[in-house]
Every structure is written in C-alpha cells, then in structure tokens.
Design a binder for this molecule. Sequence first.
Ligand SMILES: [Zn+2]
Length: 127
Amino acid sequence: MHELSLMQSIFEIVEAEMKAHGLAHIDLVKIKVGELTAVEGASMQFAFEVLKKGTGLENARLEIEYVPGVAYCAKCDLRYLMEGYRIICPQCGRGGRIIAGKELYVDSLGVDDGEENKNCQKCIKGQ
Ligand SMILES: [Zn+2]
C-alpha cells in the first residue's frame, strides 16, 4: 500500500521535528497533498491511525489540504487550473507545464495548550 509508506515518511519527518523542538506529543498534523499525486485521502487517514499508536502522535488528528493541479502555458503566459489530469492550455490548446498539484509535504504541526486563541487576530479584534 503506497499510502502506508508515504505516511511512514511523514511520521519520520514529524518525529524529527518533535525531537528538534522538544515536544513530547503533537495534537495536529497538517499535510498538503497535490491532486495530481493520486494519493487517497482515506488511505492516508487509515495509515495515520495505524501508525500513530504508541507514539507521541497517539492523540493527534490528521488534516489534509488538497492542492489543485495548476499548469502554465509559456506561449500565452497563462496559469490555469487543470481539470483532472488535462494539461491542455484552454487558450491555445497546447500542452502546458505542471506547476502545482504534485506536492506532498508536512505543512504544519499543532499543539493544543489551551491558549490557542490567545494570539488569534480575529479574537483580539472581536473584543
Ligand atoms: Zn496557451
């Protein structure tokens, strides 16, 4: 299963980050997944649940943000959203170059310390 080995790499990155920042546990792992990676979100969630047992990520949840496929046509100097895997430029009909949608990385890690709203600009403005 492709997603399980991907998630294993993500765990290695997260655990290295936790070590670097002296964190014993993590509550939230946010990853970005390009829509052109063919990675299944449900399988990623499943792999996360399996792998997190007995680690500092045991109580963490996984949040997946999908990055749409974007291509660029040099002839038209146009960036356009790809429809699925279609890379054809909507203006001239030539094949463009993929500039987004193939990424897969750890975006951020979260720790719930009960003070998460303290620095929230919206909350401060609302008072
Ligand atoms: Zn074009």
